[in-house]
Design a protein. Structure first.
Ligand SMILES: *[C@@H]1O[C@H](CO)[C@@H](O)[C@H](O)[C@H]1NC(C)=O
Ligand SMILES: *[C@@H]1O[C@H](CO)[C@@H](O)[C@H](O)[C@H]1NC(C)=O
Ligand SMILES: *[C@@H]1O[C@H](CO)[C@@H](O)[C@H](O)[C@H]1NC(C)=O
Ligand SMILES: *[C@@H]1O[C@H](CO)[C@@H](O)[C@H](O)[C@H]1NC(C)=O
Ligand SMILES: *[C@@H]1O[C@H](CO)[C@@H](O)[C@H](O)[C@H]1NC(C)=O
Length: 351
C-alpha cells in the first residue's frame, strides 16, 4: 500500500524545496533605457543559464538579441519584441513593439521572460521545449508558438557543459537552445488565422560591441535532411579570418558539434556566387555545405537551393527558405541520398 508522509512533514518539505528553488532562480529586471557605461558580456558558459541574459546592462554598443538588434531595428528602446511572418501566398508581414522594460527569470537551464507592455512572453527549457505567447492587440497579433525539441542543445564548439567557449566569432556569443523542434504555430494576425506545424528552432546571440565591429559576413542556417538535424555557421571577421560551427544530431543525439576549422564549410553556388560576399554582390541562388560527421558516420555533402525570401534588408541581410539535397558519404560502403528543407540567412556588411 502506498504511504504518504504526514501532511505537516510533506508541507515542510515542500516549503523547503520551494525556498531552495527560489534561491536558485535568478530574476533579471532589464530597463528599457540604454545603459550609459560599460556592458559586461559572458563568453564562457557556466553550469546553468544557457538561455538567460548574457550581456549585463545594455549600452548603445551592445545587443542580446532580441535585446537590441543592430540592423533590423533602429529604435532607442533596448527591450524590443518583433515578429516576422511569411504567409503561404508569399506576403511578408512584420510587427515590432517596444517594451517598458523586461523581466527574465532563469532557473537552471529553464527561463521565462516577459517584455512588459508588448504582450510577448516565453517560458521553457532546452529539454522540455518552449511556449511563446503573444497577446498584442496594439499590433494585431494574438496566439501561441510551441517548440518540442528533437535535437539536443549546444554551444559553438560542443555540447552544453560548464566552461565552454561561447564565441562563434570574435565578440559574438551564441547559444543554441533548440537546434530542431516539432513546432506548432497558432496565430491570429490582422484578421487572418495562420496555423501550421513544422520544424522549429531557437537560439540567441549577443555582444558587448556593435555587430559591424566584428562581422564582415556570415552564413547561418538550420534544417532537417533525412535522419539528421543540422545547424551551420560560417563566419568571416573584418580581417578575413573564417570561423565556423558545425552541428548535426540524429535520433535526438549529437553526432557532430564542433568549431574546429574544417568541421564545416559553407560556400555560395550558382551564377551569382561570390566569395567572400560583399555588399555589391547579389545573393546567390544556393549554397554547398560540407559537414564532417566524424569517423563513424563520414560526411554530408549538401546542396541548398533558395526557394523564397522571408526577410530582405537589402543589401546587408537576407533570410531565406530552401530545399536541401544531401549525399551521405560513409567511411565505407554505399552513399545515401536525402532531401529536406532549411531556413538560413546571410549577412554581408563590407565592400
Ligand atoms: C559598452 O561596453 C563595452 C564593454 O565594456 C565597451 O567596450 C563599449 O565601449 C561600451 N559602449 C559604450 C557606448 O559605452
Ligand atoms: C496574402 O495573404 C494575406 C494574409 O492572408 C492577405 O492579407 C493578402 O491580401 C494576400 N495577398 C494576396 C495578393 O492574395
Ligand atoms: C541571432 O539571434 C536571433 C534571435 O534569436 C535569431 O533570429 C538569429 O537567427 C540569430 N542568428 C544567428 C546567426 O544565430
Ligand atoms: C543574379 O543577380 C542578378 C542581379 O541581381 C539577378 O537579376 C539574377 O536574377 C540573379 N540570378 C540568379 C540565378 O539568382
Ligand atoms: C523542394 O523539395 C520538395 C520536396 O522534396 C519538392 O517537392 C519540390 O519540388 C522542391 N522544389 C524545388 C524548386 O526544387
Amino acid at each position: 500500500m502506498a504511504r504518504t508522509h504526514p501532511p505537516s512533514l510533506a508541507g515542510a518539505l515542500w516549503t523547503i524545496l520551494a525556498a531552495v528553488l527560489l534561491v536558485q532562480a535568478k530574476v533579471f529586471h532589464i530597463p528599457a533605457a540604454v545603459h550609459k557605461g560599460a556592458s559586461t558580456a559572458e563568453f564562457r558558459s557556466s553550469a546553468s543559464g544557457l538561455d538567460g541574459p548574457k550581456v549585463h546592462s545594455i549600452n548603445s554598443s551592445a545587443f542580446d538579441w532580441c535585446l537590441h538588434s543592430p540592423l533590423l531595428d533602429r529604435s532607442d528602446s533596448v527591450v524590443v519584441a518583433s515578429i516576422m511572418v511569411s504567409f503561404p501566398n508569399g506576403t511578408l508581414w512584420d510587427a515590432t513593439s517596444n517594451g517598458n522594460g523586461a523581466t527574465v527569470t532563469v532557473d537552471g537551464d529553464s527561463s521565462s521572460g516577459t517584455w512588459h507592455e508588448t504582450g510577448f512572453s516565453w517560458i521553457g527549457s532546452p529539454a522540455s521545449g518552449y511556449l511563446i505567447k503573444i497577446d498584442a492587440p496594439h499590433v494585431n497579433v494574438k496566439g501561441t508558438i510551441t517548440f518540442s525539441p528533437v535535437a539536443p542543445a549546444h554551444y559553438p564548439c560542443g555540447p552544453v557543459a560548464a566552461g565552454q567557449k561561447l564565441e562563434v566569432g570574435p565578440h559574438i556569443g551564441w547559444a543554441n537552445a533548440i537546434p530542431d523542434a516539432n513546432s506548432a504555430v497558432n496565430l491570429h494576425i490582422d484578421g487572418t488565422n495562420l496555423a501550421f506545424k513544422g520544424s522549429g528552432y531557437h537560439d540567441k546571440n549577443w555582444s558587448d560591441q556593435p555587430f559591424t565591429t566584428h562581422v564582415a559576413s556570415w552564413y547561418w542556417g538550420h534544417g532537417r535532411v533525412g535522419p539528421y538535424s543540422i545547424v551551420w555557421f560560417d563566419f568571416l571577421d573584418l580581417k578575413g579570418t573564417e570561423f565556423v560551427s558545425a552541428y548535426a544530431s540524429k535520433n535526438d543525439k549529437i553526432v557532430a558539434a564542433s568549431c574546429t576549422p574544417r568541421s564545416i564549410k559553407v560556400r555560395p553556388t550558382g551564377p551569382n556566387a561570390t566569395y567572400p560576399p560583399v555588399l555589391s554582390s547579389p545573393n546567390p541562388s544556393g549554397y554547398h555545405i560540407s559537414l564532417d560527421l566524424g569517423a563513424r558516420e563520414g560526411s554530408l555533402e549538401i546542396d541548398v537551393t533558395v526557394l523564397a525570401n522571408l526577410v530582405d534588408v537589402n543589401p546587408e541581410y537576407a533570410r531565406l527558405l530552401g530545399n536541401m539535397s544531401a549525399e551521405l558519404v560513409p567511411p565505407t560502403g554505399r552513399k545515401k541520398y536525402f532531401t529536406g528543407m532549411a531556413l538560413f540567412d546571410q549577412f554581408k556588411l563590407t565592400q
